[in-house]
Ligand binder design. Sequence first.
Ligand SMILES: Nc1ncnc2c1ncn2[C@@H]1O[C@H](COP(=O)(O)OP(=O)(O)O)[C@@H](O)[C@H]1O
Ligand SMILES: [Mg+2]
Length: 405
Amino acid sequence: MALNDVLTKKQAQAFKSYLTDDWRTLILSGAVRAGKTYIDNLIFTDELRRVRNLARKKGDNHPQYILAGYSSNTIYDNVIASLERQLGIELKPDRHGHYHLFGVDIVPAYTGTARGMNAIRGMTSYGAYVNEASLAANDAFKEIVNRCSEEGSRIIADTNPDIPTHWLKKDYIDNKDPKAKIKAFNFTIDDNTFLDPAYVEALKASTPKGMFYDRAIKGLWVTGEGVVYKDFDKDRMTISPSQIPAGLRYYAGVDWGFEHLNSIGVFGEDDQGNIFLLEEHTGKGKFISHWVDVAKDIQHRYGQSIVFACDSARPDNSNEFLAAGINAVNANKAILPGVECVSKFMANGKFFVNREGVQEFFNEIYQYIWDEKTGLPVKEHDDVMDMMRYAIYTQHAGGGYVPWK
Ligand SMILES: Nc1ncnc2c1ncn2[C@@H]1O[C@H](COP(=O)(O)OP(=O)(O)O)[C@@H](O)[C@H]1O
Ligand SMILES: [Mg+2]
């Protein structure tokens, strides 16, 4: 059986490099669902066999190897579960949480927290497999590299792209110094010829244009530029009150402000997942009693139990809401996932604005732009935008509301 029958071209290229090139760090980066983890899993099992043989020659019968990922859940989902599927085996952790395969003790490390890295402090490893490497702090990655101090140890990593100035891109992927012995391969979604073309087409159509598309589909290390909500189409997405369906599920968002704008918005959603921005109340220099009145009026019209996803930066204001019997919860404020979530509704043509219900929305939607340095939105013209993100993302992030304490 030829390699190209079981691997994509890009995977075969990476695997050949793995087998024949002189490298110490092998990094696979790029699009989602591109086949990075699949080939890294195969390389990982080959590395384990190599490590076992290396250790045997040294008379070391307890070789250790690091398996790093953002959290215990992501290591399980991305590596362990897919490895089990790929190899048709079952991997059970021992009482220390370590895995054992081909005579190697595999020690998990979680790069997302300092505590998650404790397991490998002081350890001497024959190598490491780092999943979602760009999510690790630079120090955590360096610590992993430092632990790989056995002679002949090597590091394999896979990652989705981030901003072009990310340490993983600058210091490793772009490091062409032969002495650094780094090999890097970049994947696009079209490299994965095992995916159903209809699935790929649907994924492309539903991925927001701009940075999200360039990273997730094309696999590019790019930052955002221009307006954040590129898929917002005023002609298609602005509607009049008569076009708003009745009987929606209603929820609200709040971005607190006094010197900046304070914004409260009400959204309605139908069973097809269409979101309607029904009304928006935005103003400057007004005290909390005013906003309590606005929220009470909203409750009166949309239902007593309507949830207000609030900016957590002003607990005093949120407490005033609670004291007035308004259902205030802490918004999920994760910026990029939140922007991506809102963008997806727009990309899918499932976002609508009541032209007669909004005040500042149209002022902000075209002025809300990316900061090319950080890859995050610029913190200007963002009050209605934040309110909208809090409302929609808190509703759709999963895991339920964070109760206000
Ligand atoms: N060579 C292959 N043969 C069969 N299926 C593959 C192959 N490469 C990838 N896949 C499948 O394609 C999907 C995405 O691959 P994955 O490696 O998880 O992508 P990535 O890590 O780039 O997000 C998975 O379901 C995986 O099993
Ligand atoms: Mg992956």
